[in-house]
Write a protein that binds this ligand. Sequence first.
Ligand code: NG6
Ligand code: CA
Length: 508
Amino acid sequence: MKRIVFSMMLLFGIHAAYAQVQNRPNVLIIYTDDVGYGDLSCNGAKVIATPNIDRLAQNGINFSNAHATASTCTPSRYSLLSGRYAWRKKGTNILPGDANLVIPTDITTLPKVFQQAGYVTGAVGKWHLGLGSQSPVNWNKEVTPGPREVGFDYSFIFPATADRVPTVFMENQQTLGLEAKDPIAVDYHKAFPGELTGKAHPELLKQPNDPRQGHDGHIVNGIGRIGFMQGGKRSEWTDEELGYVFNNKALSFIDESLKKQKPFFLYYAIHNIHVPRMPGTEFKGKSKLGYRGDVTLEMDHSVGVIMNGLKERGLLRNTIVIFSSDNGPVLNDGYMDQSAETAAALDHRPGGIYRGGKYSAFEAGTRVPFIVQWPAKIAGGKKSDALVSQVDLMASFAAMLNVKLPAGEFTDSRNYFSTLTGRSRKHRDFVIEQPANSALCIIKDGWKYLSPSKGPALMGAVNIETGYSTADQLYDLNKDPGERTNLAGKYPQRVQALKALLEKVMAE
Ligand code: NG6
Ligand code: CA
């Protein structure tokens, strides 16, 4: 009898553990590119509607004080995936398209946390964290290390940005559609003889580049890019298809994970709304805001496609969906696509009430949209002004999954899972922001300190206020969220305290 009870207990125990694994939520991070806080209708945009993202907010929690760690792409992505501030590591600013992988392969990462908990992990979309360990990268064979070594079982990416060569897709770190007789070569310094460039042949361009900003190298699909490329003619993408291709790959990854009967973690890094903005044909001219508006509609549509896909597969209830952006907004970022003109004419403010934008130390640089939906556990329609940071996702999900981060391994990531899922109002003690020139800012208790730095107060071509100043700056974000009145002279002790805290964290 005893034996029977024992074996029943054992069986039950195994079953319970199995059920627990089965019940674990899927996790989908939709990480968009250059989408500003004010670009979404759920955050106040009036001249553009983002119904699919608004629905996420209606069914989840919309955060108004959430931060990317940097106001540019590579460092923000580095932090999200590694749980570490990028400014701790050299060479993690905006990378050229032929850079090597910047995330060390021997550290705990967000996807590795999920792998340890038995999840299938995938990365689809923009990468921009470098590939391989040898220079020049050989694009004609499997490039390693890459997403796999960072913790993704599956990857379907483009290497850097849509405005940088090589303009190809890579599936599991191999260039898609490559022909042996037409190998790819990439060079960021000199053009290949015989290859046409945007600089020499502006008449071939369907979207003119801004001559002040370059983007006049390799031409693919009638658009000039940064850098030069030869070969790989059959593997080059068509910009109008990027959204469609990535959506399909995201859904097929989900289907594969279902076949494996495992929960999934998908990092869906949507390429929109970064330049060059070249909407799918069905979105061209659909918005009032030129191509930037059109790709915003396309980006929102992608969210809808994936959410419908979850619904059709019966996965909506127990999937945690996080929608966010890697950095703040920019209008003219290298191409003359009418975005600045249309935004001005209709008074569209992509950064919302916040000052600055992409690249900048002011709030619009890192205060990004951040929405969490989880129907099984979160009642919808909530708003939160808790101070949260993308750097904390790794420790937060590790806590949810009961995965112990190795003792002795230093990270900047902290567990705020209960805040992110609306069960607590506990917020981050402080947030650190990294602008393009890496002169760090810190926010604590609603006060923001900007370190002094050299550099232009206005980035001319992109027309963005950087926040750079050789003087200390202090803003009271509660009373002055638009950072208009510098109170550093009035509150020197506050300045000293924030400076000291920043220095302490930097020295950790
Ligand atoms: C800048 C590019 C800009 C964009 C950005 C990266 C110039 C003049 N501008 O250097 O067009 O590609 O890098 O954007 O080259 S990010 O969102 O990936 O950080
Ligand atoms: Ca970006």
